[in-house]
Design a binder for this molecule. Structure first.
Ligand code: ZN
Ligand code: ZN
Ligand code: FE
Length: 757
């Protein structure tokens, strides 16, 4: 029987080759009709035998193009028109946009083989792309997604590109960033003052030679500029570290392919899959001992951050180089990645010997994403969700009551919107204490709302009144909702799992404003998306000096020694560590000091106590090194340090690590290896956390525990807690796709606010 159906497809379906895919499918089935993009997604009208129409509906989802993400297909009957032939018709722009913008995707295999094929007309062209790959989020200014709405608008297609673009049978049919050497962006090599040194293949050749000679270059990538240096050249890496800043953050390394990645790191199959996926994140994985990298790449850490080339320019550079390349975001400390050409020249020019640039503007900056390979089995955990992942939608279990804007926290900031049944989170914005990051935050809010068609009817923010994101939210003249930091962490974990259940949430992190005026960070909450009750916490100790306590872990060590062993021991420890000890101890002993239950700060304290680090150059450095110290010790050995569970006087369970702190000190005094102390610390704390979670879940009739907060980036602690809770028959929710750290806060905030009607 002949029918005509109207199919409405929603999700990430524009800019990913969906219309030509529908065209090929429909014509292959002998169906008539048309397909178009509009503000809701893709609209198909198709006419023919009902059996063929059914097949089309199934294959529409099952065989969708690699970058497409179909959220729903709604089908309705309309009156047959007797139409013959199938056509792709022009985009219609009306109403508020609801369609998801595609993520940026690494060069696909077909484009790569063309890139390296001397007979292909795009041989060696650094901006080759097609409907299955290339820039998207970073070049789109508004939607519907058309070339005119991207930073490719200024390039007029040549006749040959035009023919591919308009041919439905071509892989580049409506590939909006389509380009070739005749009509598209052009590579340039600039000196550090912006003067042009060379263009096109000469620019590439000279850039490769400069890197091989140990020079430091800035390279314009997909979402911003990287600083680059030969990762095997000790002098070049040392010089890069000197020029960039004094901090000790590890550098990421780009390798030519999976084989060289395997020479540097131990890769699980999940790590390999993540490395090679079109999202191309930086993958943190354990490094082999003997390797060719300069020591300064990731000093003192047992892991390396690796990535594979994700633009054709990277592929050409890596093919010419044939060795690992340090690629680190081109900025000092925690400022946002430089993406604007003039800004990059002024900020990076003084740090580099030359700049590899081009004339395709980056509309929105987007840092590299970072995932961490979990030990043993096959999964990775998101650490920074940005390029290749943003702005992919996250599904809600029930549609948002209104348009919501969530502004996140202060560190590792992201923003998110909720609309309909989805949340869309931005790229990584950074630490808002930097002015440049705050400006980037403002841009991101505007950009995200424009791309998603969100006109916020509510803004949701952290409870911390001093966060710039909170202040921004308060200044908007729309209803504002404050969400407690650790509730947002647990909500982000629920959102990731598509759950709206009530769970026992364990939120362990560095810092978050509590509802009682203290700084929380070691919290047990009975929580769902509608609310929470605090039912347990780590013992509180004074946190002296605010941010100084984060940068100087010895202050937290003093506070913990004071809590566990008393004033005299604390004085003894302090007098050996820093000349400001007595002023700090006075304040620790004062009843009016600010109290924190932060688990992150406990890690800092223990790292300082065993002499790993008494001052930190970046947040959580001491905690990261404490985990690293334990790396060669078995996960559990039965001799974890003791922690105590008791009821505090407010009806909460208190997890008290005082005995643990005392044993750490005793072991340290008798010369126990720091690796062993670090391992016993992880085991003791992990089992204590698990026990507290099980006791509390039981007391509140809950069968699921959710783990969130930056401390759960610690793979060792996570593994101990997860395994032990699961052993006792409870379900454990952990993060894979949303960061456990504050990068996930905006998503949790949005999920909570979306519940309000
Ligand atoms: Zn391609
Ligand atoms: Zn062309
Ligand atoms: Fe947090």
């Amino acid at each position: 029987m002949i029918e005509r159906r109207r199919l409405r497809v929603t999700g990430t379906v524009q800019g990913v080759g969906f219309r030509p895919f529908v065209f090929r499918l429909a014509t292959g089935l002998g169906l008539a009709g048309q397909v178009s993009n509009d503000h809701l997604g893709v609209l198909i009208e198709v006419e023919g035998p009902d059996s063929a129409l059914d097949i089309l509906s199934t294959r529409l989802v099952a065989e969708a193009p690699p970058l497409a993400l179909v959220v729903s297909v709604e089908s309705g009957q309309v009156r047959p028109t007797g139409e013959t032939g199938f056509a792709i018709v022009d985009s219609r722009s009306q109403g508020a946009p609801a369609v998801a913008v595609s993520v940026d995707a690494a060069t696909c295999a077909e484009c790569l083989s063309e890139l390296h094929d001397p007979t292909n007309r795009r041989f060696g062209y650094p901006f080759i792309n097609c409907t299955n790959c290339g820039p998207r989020y970073t070049i789109i200014q508004s939607i519907p997604y058309d070339r005119a709405a991207t930073t490719m608008a200024g390039f007029d297609m040549c006749a040959r590109c035009g023919a591919e673009y308009t041919n439905p049978a071509d892989r580049r049919f409506h590939a909006e960033p389509i380009a070739c050497a005749d009509c598209g962006p052009r590579l340039t090599l600039l000196d550090s003052g912006g003067g042009e040194l060379a263009t096109e293949s000469e620019a590439l050749g000279r850039a490769i030679s400069a890197l091989l000679a140990g020079q430091i270059l800035a390279i314009k990538g997909l979402g911003g500029y990287h600083l680059a240096a030969d990762a095997t050249n000790t002098e070049a890496v040392t010089e890069l570290r000197r020029r960039k800043s004094r901090d000790q953050k590890p550098f990421a390394v780009m390798v030519p392919g999976l084989e060289s990645a395997g020479e540097l790191c131990l890769l699980t199959s999940a790590a390999e899959a993540a490395l090679a996926s079109p999202r191309r994140p930086i993958v943190l994985a354990p490094r082999h001992h003997d390797q060719i990298l300069a020591a300064g790449v990731a000093p003192g850490l047992p892991e390396l951050g690796l990535m594979l080339p994700y633009t054709p320019l990277h592929s050409l550079v890596m093919a010419g180089l044939g060795r690992p390349l340090v690629l680190t975001s081109g900025n000092q400390s925690d400022e946002p990645i430089a993406h604007d050409d003039a800004d990059a020249l002024s900020r990076l020019g003084p740090m580099v010997d030359a700049i590899v640039s081009h004339d395709r503007p980056i509309h929105i900056r987007c840092d590299d994403s970072v995932v961490r390979a979990r030990p043993g089995e096959g999964s990775v955990q998101m650490v920074r969700r940005s390029r290749g992942y943003a702005p992919e939608p996250i599904n809600l279990t029930r549609p948002a009551g209104r348009h919501v804007l969530a502004v996140g926290a202060e560190l590792k900031n992201t923003v998110a919107v909720a609309k309909g049944a989805t949340i869309v989170a931005s790229h990584h914005i950074g630490d808002l204490e930097h002015l440049a990051a705050y400006q980037s935050f403002l841009q991101a809010v505007g950009h995200l709302c424009r791309l998603t068609g969100v006109r916020p009817a509510m803004v949701v923010h952290d409870l911390h009144p001093e966060y710039l994101s909170t202040k921004f939210a308060m200044d908007l003249e729309i209803p504002a909702l404050g969400v407690q930091h650790h509730h947002a962490h647990i909500a982000s974990c629920l959102a990731e799992h598509g759950s709206d259940a009530r769970v026992l949430g364990v939120a362990f992190d560095g810092t978050g404003m509590g509802t009682d005026g203290t700084i929380w960070g070691g919290e047990f909450l009975v929580a769902d998306l509608d609310g929470f009750t605090r039912v347990g916490h780590l013992t509180g100790v004074p946190m002296i000096g605010g941010n100084h306590a984060v940068r100087e872990p010895w202050r937290m060590a003093m506070a913990w020694v004071h809590a566990a062993c008393g004033y005299d021991e604390a004085a003894h420890y302090g007098s050996e560590i820093d000349h400001r000890w007595s002023a700090v101890l006075d304040r620790i002993a004062s009843p009016s000091s600010l109290i924190t239950t932060s688990a992150g700060r406990l890690f800092d304290a223990v790292a300082a106590l065993i002499g790993l680090r008494s001052t930190a150059s970046y947040e959580a450095q001491a905690a990261i090194e404490l985990e690293a110290a334990a790396v060669k010790e078995p996960l559990t050995s039965g001799d974890g340090y003791e922690v105590v569970l008791r009821n505090d006087n407010q009806g909460c369970l208190e997890l008290d690590p005082s005995p643990l702190v005392r044993t750490v000190m005793a072991d340290q005094r008798t010369g126990t290896a720091s690796a062993v102390i670090a391992a016993r610390f992880h085991e003791g704390l992990g089992l204590g956390v698990a026990q507290a979670a099980v006791v509390l879940a039981d007391a509140h009739g809950l069968d699921t525990v959710a783990l969130s907060g930056g401390v759960f980036q610690n793979a060792r602690l996570s593994a101990i807690v997860e395994t032990d809770i699961a052993k006792q028959g409870l379900r454990v929710l952990v993060h894979s796709h949303i960061p456990p750290n504050d990068g996930g806060i905006s998503i949790g905030q949005a999920a909570i606010a979306a519940r309000l009607s």
